[in-house]
Ligand binder design. Structure first.
Ligand code: HEC
Length: 266
């Protein structure tokens, strides 16, 4: 009898252990953050697809949004001012844009540290000298460098677009947003330290495009996509040319094969 009770207890123990092992934690205690977190919105871009190309006017508008809004907190460490010529700015315009910023330098005559206007060969101006300074100015959150952000996040373009347009919703009742953070269901923790950066009419586009939040978000994302992968169009062109070349080569190889084996194979 004792043995039977012991076996039954052992079985119950094994069953509970297997149940705890197999049933995911969310099934019993759903994580509120996971329930609120949303996947990025679907957006189509002129530069997606094998024949997609960057819209130069859009890239220039996106640069304007980056320059006037995002650049006060986020750097673009891997982009030089001269790269802007590739999105349609003239060398004189690039020189004028660079000259708006003062960068640290060394006086060649005295060896003292000075500042001088940036040149087209300089990298983009950094808003903060290092991470500590950036955190100190941003409530201890770090605004990441944006040069590669589109590649660094899954579904990067749609994600950043959704993040920028995902503010303004009230959190559901009972959900506490910690002090200094903002509710944004597209951010992984649904609370982001960045306050809503874009509001309607924040920039004035030279080409007259209405500066809605949606438009500015699309433009700046296109610009960041270009910053992360300026060689996108060339890469696609080379890819298509290689495919064409390989298909012609395949036909020629097949014909050669037929010819070489013509006497051997009936
Ligand atoms: C006032 C400063 C400030 C401005 C202006 C600003 N950001 Fe941010 N941004 C931050 C901070 C701080 C974080 C870090 C947030 C966190 O970790 O919670 C951040 C994070 C981000 C992230 C990263 C999200 C992730 O997945 O890690 C992206 C993308 C971003 N910002 C894009 C932009 C764009 C685009 C603009 C311009 C339209 C902009 N930001 C303007 C402060 C700013």
């Amino acid at each position: 009898m004792v043995r039977l009770v012991g076996m039954a207890l052992g079985l119950v123990f094994c069953f509970v252990l297997a149940w705890a092992f197999l049933v995911p934690r969310e099934a019993t205690q759903p994580d509120p953050v996971k329930l609120l977190h949303r996947e990025p919105k679907e957006v189509s871009w002129p530069h997606t697809g094998p024949f997609g190309k960057f819209d130069r006017a859009q890239l220039q508008r996106g640069f304007q949004v980056y320059k006037e809004v995002c650049s006060s907190c986020h750097g673009l460490y891997h982009v030089h001012y001269r790269d802007l010529e590739k999105i349609g700015f003239t060398p004189a315009q690039v020189k004028a844009i660079a000259a708006e910023y003062e960068v640290p330098a060394i006086d060649p005559n005295t060896g003292e540290t000075i500042t001088r206007p940036a040149l087209p060969t300089d990298k983009f101006y950094r808003p903060f000298p290092n991470e500590q300074a950036a955190r100190a100015a941003n409530n201890n959150a770090y605004p990441p460098d944006l040069s590669l952000i589109i590649k660094a996040r899954k579904n990067g373009e749609s994600y950043v677009y959704s993040l920028l347009t995902g503010y303004g919703e009230e959190p559901p009742p009972g959900f506490e947003v910690p002090d200094g953070l903002n509710y944004n269901p597209y951010f992984h923790s649904v609370n982001i330290a960045m306050a809503q950066p874009l509001v309607d009419g924040q920039v004035e586009y030279a080409d007259g495009t209405p500066a809605t939040v949606d438009q500015m978000a699309k433009d700046v994302v296109a610009f960041l996509r270009w910053a992360a992968e300026p060689e996108l169009e060339v890469r696609r062109r080379v890819g298509l040319a290689s495919l064409l070349f390989l298909s012609i080569l395949a036909v020629l190889s097949y014909l050669t094969y037929r010819r070489v084996w013509a006497d051997v194979k009936p």
